[in-house]
Write a protein that binds this ligand. Structure first.
Ligand SMILES: Cc1cc2nc3c(=O)[nH]c(=O)nc-3n(C[C@H](O)[C@H](O)[C@H](O)COP(=O)(O)OP(=O)(O)OC[C@H]3O[C@@H](n4cnc5c(N)ncnc54)[C@H](O)[C@@H]3O)c2cc1C
Length: 410
């Protein structure tokens, strides 16, 4: 049984089927309507650096002063935030940042390979594109910033280069001409995350998986030290399971408690707005300067996505931040299109304090695997996570060292 049908849960379902398991995939809503719905769509091993790192604290504090900035903390986030922030801060020193980033990059690289296979095999169909990821800046500091990113990316074994203004605009003529320069990361992926989730779930269904939507799991039932069933649905009924995979994104901590596990996940809100693609719109995904907003070309549509806000589970969007994302995206374009037939959205990234996901067996309970906490990279890292979970379930040695992702590390 897999709880949660987002980018991570559907990948777990797929790879468990590959290993010969029978699968029930359960979601309290519709498949793919959680955080995996309208994200920035990047599959980006080269941009898989850990969030806590040297410089983030100063940058974060500066950004905090701006309600429309790329990063903010709201007082409403609740009492769990202070200890979370302390843990986050403890992961900012360079050696820890480097270790975390290497672990994240390894996970993203594995996913990148798996995406190729999933698309080639017809398991996933979501307008997948491979090509350069661009960043464009108007800042007078653009060259220093671009050189730092490119240096970092090369040290991790990826190809990247600084782009002078002319080359940037030649590569992406849809960008506004007042950009000063930017950088390019070779060979990254992108696509429509929602279509990805739906196609993988549909494929799983066609191979015999049972997909239960609108079926909230209220509790994971542990009997004699073993995860035995889920209490789910309305009215609640017991659904028995030989194996439980917890992949409920930002909502995982409540169910993890049934397994005796504390998962310090904060919901980190992000926003996007999707509109019909304008004539002559961008051909590449672009990271927009200071705002870090992503402009994502999709088939027939264009999406502006970004910001990270620690504000707990908010009921509705913050209109200031929602507008700021659209404004940043539009202002990057030479001919900003009218915002019509817009689909605004916000979602909760499941963010651990070290920005590493939790992947592995729940300690102390048999038959329970954890696959959650992917923060800003869950779309990128879904397939690798699914593969690793299935390998563990099948008793095979995992393709990657899982020690950095131990679910009980906090
Ligand atoms: C603005 C924005 C931009 C982003 N851009 C990128 C990007 O470019 N690249 C990238 O890699 N990542 C990106 N991300 C992050 C990525 O979207 C997330 O990391 C990823 O979607 C998490 O996937 P998930 O499957 O863990 O969670 P979700 O997609 O949230 O899925 C969890 C599912 O569990 C279900 N669930 C919860 N509780 C229960 C319960 N009790 N019973 C049953 N079901 C339950 C939910 O309904 C949900 O469907 C972005 C996020 C945001 C917000």
């Amino acid at each position: 049984m897999v709880i949660g049908a987002g980018a991570v849960g559907v990948a777990c379902a797929h790879y468990l089927l590959e290993e010969g398991f029978g699968v029930t995939l359960i979601d309290r809503g519709e498949v793919g309507r959680g955080c995996s719905y309208a994200n920035a769509g990047l599959i980006c091993p080269a941009h898989s650096e850990a969030l806590p790192g040297p410089g983030i604290v100063a940058e974060g504090l500066r950004a905090l002063l701006r309600r429309d900035g790329p990063f903010t903390i709201r007082p409403r986030a609740g009492p769990s935030l202070a200890p979370w922030l302390l843990r986050f801060w403890r992961h900012t020193p360079e050696p820890i940042y480097r270790r975390s980033t290497e672990a994240l990059v390894a996970l993203s690289r594995l996913s990148f390979e798996l995406y190729e296979e999933l698309v080639r095999a017809g398991v996933a169909s979501f307008g997948y594109r491979r090509g350069p990821l661009l960043a464009a800046s108007r800042s007078p500091e653009w060259r220093r910033e671009a050189e730092a990113v490119v240096g970092e990316v090369r040290s991790l074994g990826f190809e990247g280069r600084v782009l002078e203004r002319e080359e940037l605009l030649e590569l992406e003529p849809a960008l506004a001409p007042d950009h000063r320069g930017g950088y390019l990361l070779e060979d990254q992926g992108s696509g429509d995350s929602y279509r990805y989730v739906r196609s993988v779930a549909e494929h799983a269904r066609s191979r015999g998986a049972e997909v239960l939507e609108r079926t909230p799991v209220r509790r994971i039932l542990v009997r004699r030290g073993r995860a035995a069933a889920a209490l789910a649905g309305d009215p609640p009924r017991e659904i028995a399971a030989d194996l439980v995979v917890l992949a409920a994104g930002a909502w995982s901590p409540a169910l993890a408690r049934d397994l005796g596990l504390r998962l310090p996940i904060q919901p980190a809100t992000g926003y996007s707005t999707t509109i019909p693609a304008p004539e002559g719109g961008p051909r590449h995904p672009v990271i927009v300067g200071d705002s870090r907003v992503i402009v994502l070309p999709l088939e027939g549509r264009i999406r502006f996505a970004g910001t990270l806000e620690l504000a707990g589970f908010r009921r509705g969007p913050d209109p200031v931040r929602q507008r700021a994302v659209v404004r940043a995206g539009l202002s990057a374009l030479r001919e900003p299109p009218p915002v019509r037939e817009a689909e605004p959205w916000f979602g909760f990234r499941p963010l651990m304090p070290d920005d590493l996901p939790a992947i592995g067996w729940a300690p102390g309970v048999e038959g329970a695997l954890v696959a959650t906490g992917h923060g800003t990279l869950g779309f990128t890292q879904g397939p690798a996570t699914g593969k690793l979970v299935a390998e563990l379930a099948a008793g095979k040695p995992p393709s990657l060292d899982l020690s950095p992702f131990r679910p009980d590390r906090f």
